[in-house]
Design a protein around this ligand. Structure first.
Ligand SMILES: Cc1cc2nc3c(=O)[nH]c(=O)nc-3n(C[C@H](O)[C@H](O)[C@H](O)COP(=O)(O)OP(=O)(O)OC[C@H]3O[C@@H](n4cnc5c(N)ncnc54)[C@H](O)[C@@H]3O)c2cc1C
Length: 429
């Protein structure tokens, strides 16, 4: 990759990529490979490129997800699902896998569908991008941020943090989250709407005697939902909240794990409205109903009448957690199944499948978080990723009002947007 000082000279065709992250690199490499005559430059405000790729997936980079049906893939995005459905017909995980394989990087699939480089090292992905960008002649300017953007009839002026003003024929905004970005005002000035920004993918803070001291325990197939009354005050709520099923991890601060993170993503805006104070309900047995649990208790009463209730009763629930559930139902230590009254049994069932917890704040997950909100999707043509407001202006990645749940979906959205924008910019004008 060549690094050069900003120049005021107008090249044959200058494609400016704003942001040297996942979406920006994919767009730049695609455009430069598709149109070798064009001058493609990445403007990166920091001294580091691909810094999120580096730390992603705990340093392993969860590149994409093993899901190859565009319709199914699109269901993993709380925002952007409809628009991405069409875009995935143009570039989806299968294409991502081939793209990396052609460049010598093979990916492996874990049992839950997440895909990582065989090396288990995000540096493999970074090296691949740098080599591909270098080979395609992409120029990289580090420490140069875009402060403002002016649109003229056939080109743009980029106002850079270095003080230089550069002209470009096409511009791709790939800056990641627009939180605290100076570009928000510039984009609004160009006619774009920025959907409210809110964090997504976070853990819940819960201080509760039922889970105190149990940090590290997890239940693999639990389910969690918002207590409906919590949502009455959430102004951005549009539909009924859906329970999320999967692993729940007890942490020293409360709850985390895939089911919790998914709930935080789907309810990102509602939970922000509630200032992260709300009630949740946990079913430690996933989707088991009251009747199903009652039947199991009846069997325990018949076949293990003398066994103490606090003795581990369900394979899926760790012993110490089960003891807390039993305590919370008010069952004494020496109660055997044969002596469990109907009233107390009902209490136990409620603790087990509808345990209510009060959430008081959030903790950003150290492994993965994204911003929900960004440039309004109706204002983008997803066949090209071009603005419907400003000809020659393109977008890719998290600056758009798109975010996915954990599992490689956020990077896939960045690859898809970057690819489509790169192809379109290479052909533009
Ligand atoms: C800790 C962590 C781990 C994650 N792990 C995963 C994972 O394993 N799998 C997954 O799918 N997703 C993961 N994500 C989410 C994923 O990293 C993002 O969704 C993805 O990086 C978005 O790509 P992007 O190109 O839009 O933005 P970024 O990757 O954030 O890149 C944007 C770049 O633009 C630069 N920039 C910003 N403003 C300007 C400006 N004005 N001028 C010039 N440059 C600018 C920034 O410095 C940055 O380098 C993780 C996120 C975090 C925080």
């Amino acid at each position: 990759m060549t690094t050069s000082k900003p120049t005021a000279a107008l090249p044959e065709k200058h494609i400016a990529i704003i942001g040297g992250g996942a979406g920006g690199f994919f767009a730049a490499i695609t455009a430069a490979e598709a149109n070798p005559a064009a001058s493609v430059t990445i403007y990166e405000r920091s001294q580091y490129t691909l810094s999120k790729v580096k730390i992603s997936g705990g340093g392993r980079c969860n590149v994409t997800h093993s899901c190859f049906d565009p319709a199914k893939l699109a269901t993993h995005y709380p925002r952007g699902s409809r628009e991405l459905h069409g875009a995935f017909h143009r570039w989806q995980p299968q294409d991502t896998i081939h793209w990396f394989a052609e460049r010598g990087v093979t990916l492996k699939t874990e049992s839950d569908g997440r895909m990582f480089p065989d090396s288990d090292d995000s540096q493999t992905i970074i090296d691949c991008f740098h080599t591909a960008a270098d080979n395609a002649g992409v120029k990289l300017l580090k420490g140069v941020g875009l402060k403002n953007l002016t649109h003229h009839s056939s080109h743009f002026t980029l106002h850079l943090s270095s003080g230089a003003e550069i002209q470009a024929d096409a511009v791709c905004i790939a800056t990641g989250s627009l939180k605290a970005s100076p570009l928000t005002r510039a984009l609004e000035g160009l006619g774009h709407t920025i959907e409210p920004l809110a964090p997504s993918l976070f853990a819940f803070n819960v201080a509760d005697s039922r889970t105190h001291g149990l940090s590290g325990l997890s239940v693999q197939a639990a389910s969690v939902s918002l207590v409906a009354s919590a949502l009455a005050n959430a102004s951005s709520r549009q539909s009924k909240p859906a329970p999320q099923t999967g692993p729940i991890l007890i942490t020293h601060r409360g709850f985390s794990g895939p089911a919790i993170l998914r709930l935080s993503a789907w309810e990102a805006r509602s939970l922000q409205d509630l200032n992260y104070h709300f009630d949740i309900m946990i079913n430690w047995l996933g989707d088991q109903t009251e009747n199903q649990v009652r039947e199991q208790f009846a069997k325990l009463r018949t076949h293990k009448g003398r066994t103490l209730v606090r003795t581990k009763a369900f394979e899926a629930i760790p012993r110490r957690l089960w003891e807390r559930i039993v305590d919370a139902a008010g069952i004494s230590e020496d109660t055997p199944w044969s002596q469990l009254s109907k009233t107390v049994e009902t209490k136990l069932i409620h603790e087990l499948i509808a345990g209510r917890f009060s959430v008081q704040g959030k903790t950003t997950n150290k492994d993965e978080f994204v911003t929900c909100g960004g440039v309004r999707l109706k204002e983008i043509d997803f066949k090209t990723m071009q603005s419907r407001k400003v000809s020659g202006l393109y977008f890719a990645g998290e600056c758009l009002d798109i975010d996915g749940i954990t599992g490689g979906f956020n990077f896939q959205a960045a690859w898809t947007g970057g690819r489509i924008a790169g192809i379109a910019m290479a052909a533009d004008r």
